[in-house]
Design a binder for this molecule. Structure first.
Ligand SMILES: Cc1cc2nc3c(=O)[nH]c(=O)nc-3n(C[C@H](O)[C@H](O)[C@H](O)COP(=O)(O)OP(=O)(O)OC[C@H]3O[C@@H](n4cnc5c(N)ncnc54)[C@H](O)[C@@H]3O)c2cc1C
Length: 449
């Protein structure tokens, strides 16, 4: 938020009981995209957004800024559940989504350092190279061509991102780098210009059919949207719906042109590698390297707390990984920012969006770490569902998907943290021995990936 040109003075709280046509709980991308598309479709709708802190306080204001076409459920898993055509339609909708976000960013004049440079995922070990090849082979099985995902040899991959020990990789054009907080704050202003009301510092203590209850009063509407992602477990009855998993990030000081000449990322491609425990980076609009990863522990009882945003040993590990990848980022290069936040994971790793016609309760989330793009698709889909329109979007396979509940504690804690440990040790072993980890493969199968 410190690189944000914005006044963060909170908007007024909900003053008391209120009526609306649609009440949305949560002013992150999901809530705000939903408000945006509803307001565009029908400017007469009375739309109220209730936010516990300020717009963009959650993951939307602090993510890695990959507006990607990644969807947390793999194509084979989608095809097994819904058929091949549905899987392909989902992926194509995600591709279109990146362009759609770019369109609105331009149309609404949202200054968020948008750069449509694609993503390069590096392979730095034999098993990682095997996964790169497998990813491309899988894409071909679902009709995606070189224009969607292409295998790179060592020289081609290094030309995009000159990390240490690159053996190859993959490249997709379907991703843009953004300043995440500028996007969400700009979106909040865009929806207000279209007549949407946002109340900040207004925590919702219960969602019921027709009502969102807050300490100051109850906002009533025929449709109430839950857009609370990693914070969902705090709501009564939702403790086991979405597990909050933390992702943490570091960012360097602005780097000189000479350093960027060594690293590359000339088109501001977002970058990662084919390890198991996700890492992700981007060259920011102001020339920093922002770099993040999972690996922070899951907290017992799906607890969310600002203290969990800061894990010194995870920041140190990210800093070490940065120097391993790019030796030019040695100890003399300053890391000026460290932060983190919770993202939402459903038990079957499936994002979903839906509306229960009988109760008027709607939701979207469970994006794992892929919500920057997916939340836009969710917002457009919710707008269609709420207006009762039958469209290509409302027929996508994630619509009205119901994920199973997470296990009660302590099983949830054990399962999430054990999985994390298996993947971390698999990554270390693969880099050392250049052999794929059997335990990681087994764990992925158990998850249905
Ligand atoms: C460090 C990090 C890096 C990430 N990197 C990427 C990335 O590069 N690309 C990508 O696609 N995804 C990434 N993600 C995930 C992505 O940011 C999220 O999927 C996305 O922002 C979710 O948006 P949302 O609006 O659903 O949730 P959030 O942005 O979390 O918004 C939920 C909002 O609801 C509010 N709220 C919660 N409970 C209540 C309540 N009871 N009453 C009122 N308000 C409430 C919260 O305060 C919050 O503002 C990352 C996440 C993190 C944490």
């Amino acid at each position: 938020m410190s690189t944000l040109d914005d006044v963060l003075t909170p908007r007024p709280r909900l003053p008391g009981d209120a009526d609306a046509d649609v009440v949305i709980v949560g002013a992150g991308y999901t809530g705000l995209w939903t408000a945006y598309y509803l307001a565009v479709a029908d400017p007469t709708l009375r739309i109220t957004v209730l936010e516990a802190e300020i717009a963009g306080y959650g993951a939307s204001g602090r993510n890695g800024g990959w507006c990607s076409a990644l969807f947390p459920t793999s194509l084979p898993a989608l095809a097994r559940r819904h058929g091949r055509d549905a899987a392909i339609a989902m992926q194509r909708a995600m591709h279109d989504t990146v362009a759609e976000v770019g369109r609105v960013v331009a149309a609404e004049g949202i200054d968020c350092d948008w750069a449509y440079g694609g993503t390069v995922v590096l392979a730095r070990s034999g098993p990682q190279l095997d996964r790169a090849r497998a990813a491309v082979a899988e894409a071909r099985e679902y009709g995606l061509d070189d224009g969607d995902l292409v295998l790179l040899d060592a020289a081609e991959a290094s030309a995009r991102c000159a990390a240490e020990g690159v053996r190859g990789g993959t490249y997709t054009p379907h991703c843009a780098a953004v300043h995440p907080a500028r996007l969400v704050r700009g979106l909040a202003r865009a929806v207000e210009r279209r007549g949407v009301t946002i109340h900040e510092r207004t925590p919702v203590t219960a969602i019921r059919p027709g009502a969102a209850v807050t300490p100051a009063g109850t906002a009533r509407a025929p449709v109430v949207v839950r857009a609370t992602e990693g914070y969902t477990a705090r709501l009564p009855g939702q403790r086991r719906t979405v597990a909050p998993v933390y992702s943490l990030m570091v960012a360097t000081e602005p780097l000189p042109a000479s350093t960027w000449a060594e690293i590359g990322l000339a088109e501001r491609e977002t970058f990662s590698d084919h390890r198991h425990v996700i890492v992700y980076g981007q060259r920011t609009g102001d020339g920093r390297l922002a770099f993040g990863g999972r690996g922070a522990p899951y907290h017992f009882g799906s607890r969310v707390h600002p203290a969990y945003d800061r894990e010194p040993q995870v920041f140190a590990a990210l800093r070490r990984t940065l120097s391993e990848l790019f030796p030019v980022l040695g100890p003399d290069v300053l890391v000026t920012h460290t932060w983190g936040g919770p993202l939402g994971v459903a038990r079957d790793w499936a994002a979903s969006v839906g509306l229960d016609g009988a109760s008027g309760l709607a939701w979207a989330g469970g994006y794992v770490g892929d919500g920057v793009g997916t939340s836009n698709l969710a917002g457009r889909t919710l707008a269609d569902l709420i207006r009762g329109d039958d469209t290509d979007l409302t027929r996508l396979p994630w619509v009205n998907h119901r994920s199973p509940k997470w296990e009660p504690e302590p099983l949830r804690w054990l399962a999430v943290n054990t999985g994390l440990k298996i993947m971390q040790s698999a990554d270390r072993a693969e880099l050392r021995w250049h052999r794929p980890s059997r335990r990681a493969a087994l764990f992925n199968r158990l998850l249905g990936h």
